[in-house]
Design a binder for this molecule. Structure first.
Ligand SMILES: O=C(O)C[C@H]1C=CC(=O)O1
Length: 96
């Protein structure tokens, strides 16, 4: 199942820079592992914002919940999820 997930990160301004850097490094490793595993298909920065638009390819809602809630930045994120399905006018034969 494909989902579009929009994540907006709002770190507290008083979080020490070293702590923020540590969380971001852990987040990067987690995100890259999921990309290598094919679960996190696309990861795009929203220009001008500390936000991303991502496409996840997961088994079901429960797997998406598991992945997203384990993001190291999850406590400081606003997340919006939209389920996706194929568009009848798409010129592609599959969801690539
Ligand atoms: O930077 C972000 O958009 C937040 C988060 C998502 C992947 C990652 O490495 O950090």
């Amino acid at each position: 199942m494909l989902f579009q997930v929009e994540m907006t990160v709002k770190l507290p301004p008083d979080m020490p820079a070293e702590r923020a850097a540590e969380i971001k490094a852990t987040e990067k490793a987690y995100a890259q592992d999921l990309q290598h595993a094919g679960k996190w298909r696309h990861l795009w920065r929203v220009a001008g914002s500390y936000a991303n638009v991502s496409i996840f390819d997961v088994e079901d809602n429960a797997e998406l919940q598991e992945i997203v809630s384990n993001l190291p930045l999850f406590p400081w994120m606003e997340i919006r999820v939209k389920p996706l399905c194929r568009h009848p006018s798409s010129i592609r034969d599959d969801d690539s």
